[in-house]
Design a protein. Structure first.
Length: 352
């Protein structure tokens, strides 16, 4: 942990130097750097220098954009190599999936692929026509595609319910804002890489306990009830001993992938220990999640590996529990874990 902290600190220092150097050069080439641009540059500098997480920095940047330009909506959407994800936004949750699909809209598609700013507005009545714009009464939209050289990072979308809202912003300020946000995201990308390495289990791709006691705990406090699913990989040591570690690891990965495929996308997957998977579903109950777990167990039971003409399966036990936000997360998980000793059968589900 100390080594990770030192590496993060070193990267932050390097990031500050790079960010300020590039931002200084850009400010020299900009003929009219507005007070808004100067304010945002200062905030970005302070955020890069802080010891906050990447998630916190993105949220703070989004809030700063809102408070600086006073528009109705602001969204930061980043690309993970496979798809876009909303990382910070004040758009209602029910519409945030639409924010992730802006790149498919005809009015934005070319600008994203060509890395050019897009300003949309209406002249008279009505609203803009891309997904969710009508429902949210959006009449002005300003899109900033973000690239680092030729690498696509994502985009920032500013929106307002007034027509011609962004007419006040000079083109130079738009370009400066786009470049500075790009520099900011480029620099926190290094911090994100270190944070991910610290919290991701390399075997399964699940989060580890560091994530459980930070991000997951925070998310659980937002809802009255959440579902906890604890999976005990009963036969893992025996497979290691009787066959080989490669067979055990392959089955472990297969069960992890089945879990990701079957459970809802909002599920937080955690490698709680060597023999335990923990799945956390915010705003669910044990009863509501039970049908998913029945499908999950069916998938587990039908997965196998062949070793010298023998089918090798990984037996499991599954306990489901409704977590209430006032409860202690560690105590509740420990109760679930202790309950495995009472379960005599294999490949079963118990609700406690």
């Amino acid at each position: 942990m100390e080594i990770v902290a030192i590496v993060i600190l070193f990267l932050l220092v390097i990031g500050i130097v790079i960010f300020m150097t590039k931002a200084f050069v850009q400010s020299k080439t900009c003929k009219k750097e507005t007070k808004n641009a100067q304010h945002l540059l200062q905030v970005m500098f302070e955020m890069i220098a802080s010891n906050k997480t990447v998630e916190q920095k993105l949220e703070e940047l989004n809030q700063t954009l809102l408070s600086t330009y006073h528009m109705t909506y602001s969204s930061i959407v980043l690309f993970d190599g496979y798809k876009n994800h909303v990382k910070a936004s004040n758009v209602e949750k029910m519409y945030q999936e639409c924010m992730e699909e802006i790149h498919t809209e005809n009015v934005f598609r070319k600008n994203i692929t060509s890395n050019t700013i897009k300003y949309l507005t209406i002249e008279d009545g009505g609203t803009l026509l891309y997904k969710s714009a009508i429902e949210r009464k959006v009449k002005s939209a300003l899109l900033f595609p973000i690239y680092d050289k030729d690498i696509y990072f994502g985009y920032v979308l500013l929106e307002d319910t007034q027509k011609q809202y962004f007419d006040f912003m000079p083109k130079e300020e738009m370009e400066t804002l786009k470049k500075n946000i790009g520099l900011f995201l480029e620099n926190i990308h290094y911090q994100s890489t270190i944070e991910e390495a610290e919290t991701i289990d390399k075997q399964t791709g699940f989060y580890n306990n560091i994530y459980l006691y930070s991000n997951a705990r925070k998310e659980l406090t937002r809802y009255d009830n959440s579902a906890l699913i604890l999976v005990f990989l009963e036969g893992l040591p025996q497979i290691n001993e009787n066959y080989n570690r490669n067979i055990a690891n392959t089955l472990l990965i297969k069960l992890a992938n089945i879990s990701k495929k079957i459970l809802p996308k909002e599920t937080m997957f955690i490698r709680y220990s060597g023999q335990r998977f923990l799945m956390v579903l915010p705003n669910y109950t044990a009863e509501k999640v039970h049908p998913f777990i029945e499908r999950l167990l069916f998938g587990y039971k039908n997965e196998y590996e062949v070793y010298e003409e023998h089918k090798v399966k990984l037996d499991t036990k599954i306990v489901i529990h409704t977590f209430k936000k006032q409860n202690n997360i560690e105590e509740e998980i420990q109760k679930m874990s202790n309950y495995f000793d009472k379960i005599r059968d294999l490949n079963v589900i118990k609700i406690i």
